[in-house]
Write a protein that binds this ligand. Structure first.
Ligand code: ATP
Length: 345
């Protein structure tokens, strides 16, 4: 394995035509870290990964592994392993051959290659399937072959692009645990692309939230989850209520109800602001009057949409059995409400 202490992306930019798919991404990744690149469709996640992999040349910026400049090297000389969403296994080769193929390409001798292939297959629990063809395996098993194939070359960095997106919900959860376990046992440095915030939160040491090709926030899952840097990140992290109001004296006025929260960013008195709160944090013990519009049963709880007389929609979760048409009085616990600058959109 190519040992390194840190990998550095410095102002990495990729333009298509006159649009930046990725703008000025600067990020330092420590050896052994699990980094998730997170954001909605089209935000530049895959572009960032492909720039790292060497599949896309940079328009500007540079990539470094310690003191070695990588962005001028072809993909095969960067020493990275890759796992993509469509697995890209060779259909006519057995699991064993698929896994050992990369070792042959790297000129590893046969005895060593056999040992490492067996180890990698054992690592992903596919010993019993080693002689099968990919077509004879389930989606999750194929996914594990793809992972074994990526890690067998002992890469300095593993790049994963939505590797679980083709799997059903149960298998996704199982594979998520598997990926975390592998990461911990091998200490692999990993960059993982996903649009699924739960996946990013549960897997990563740090996450990079992108929007329109620009970094919105870099932080630990807890930081990004509890202290989103702006309302776009908040929106993406499950703050479904983004309520327009105006800011004055440390409070936001929402339809005449003054609510206390934590201001994030520059908020002069009298300016438009947006209150952000998660549905599960909204209370039914407040001053904002609304009427229940939609109720969905979610197992233990109900998700409820309520509407004020002015048409403002509020999302909440509650254990209380509410019916459509019920009047409610919505409240916002001060320690759960964030206030961001700006108008409604
Ligand atoms: P998704 O989750 O849908 O895969 P993403 O976050 O990975 O999205 P990218 O694939 O990185 O997004 O795309 C970022 C932007 O760059 C998009 O607006 C996309 O349309 C554009 N783009 C990507 N590849 C090309 C290309 N080869 N030519 C032109 N534009 C491109």
């Amino acid at each position: 394995m190519t040992r390194f202490d840190r990998l550095r992306l410095d102002g990495v930019t990729r333009r298509f035509g006159d649009a930046d798919a990725l703008s000025d991404l600067t990020l330092e990744i420590q050896r052994g870290e699990f980094i998730a690149l997170l954001g909605p469709s089209g935000c530049g996640k895959s572009t960032a990964l492909n720039c790292l992999a060497g599949l896309l040349p940079l328009t500007a910026g540079s990539i470094w592994r310690d003191e070695i400049r990588l962005d001028t090297l072809p993909p095969e000389r960067r020493g990275f392993g890759m796992v993509f969403q469509n697995y890209a296994l060779f259909p006519h080769m057995s699991v064993q051959k698929n896994v050992s193929f990369g070792l042959q390409m790297h000129g590893v001798n046969r005895t060593e290659a056999r040992r490492r292939t067996t180890d990698a297959i054992r690592l992903v629990h596919l010993e019993e399937h080693a002689t099968k063809l990919p077509g004879q395996l389930s989606g999750g098993q194929q996914q594990r072959v793809a992972i074994a194939r990526a890690v067998v070359i002992e890469p300095s960095l593993v790049l994963m692009d939505e590797p679980l997106s083709n799997l059903d919900a149960k298998l996704r959860l199982e594979m998520r645990t598997e990926i975390r376990r592998l990461h911990q046992s091998l200490g692999l440095t990993t960059v993982y692309v996903t649009h699924d915030q739960e996946e990013a939160l549960s897997l990563s040491d740090r996450l990079v939230v992108l929007r329109d090709g620009r970094v919105q926030q870099i932080g630990t899952p807890e930081e990004v989850h509890t202290r989103p840097a702006n309302r776009h990140v908040a929106d993406f992290m499950g703050y479904r209520n983004l309520l327009p109001g105006s800011f004055a004296s440390g409070k936001i006025n929402i339809l005449g109800v003054r609510v206390t929260g934590t201001p994030v960013g520059h908020l002069p008195d009298g300016t438009p602001a947006v209150a952000a709160i998660r549905p599960e944090d909204v209370s039914l013990d407040g001053d904002l009057e609304a009427t229940v519009d939609v109720v969905e049963y979610q197992g233990r709880e109900f998700t409820v949409e309520a509407r004020t007389a002015d048409g403002l929609v509020l999302h909440l979760r509650t254990g209380r059995r509410l019916a459509v048409g019920d009047p409610v009085k919505i409240g916002f616990p001060a320690d759960r409400l964030l206030i961001f600058p700006g108008g409604p959109s």
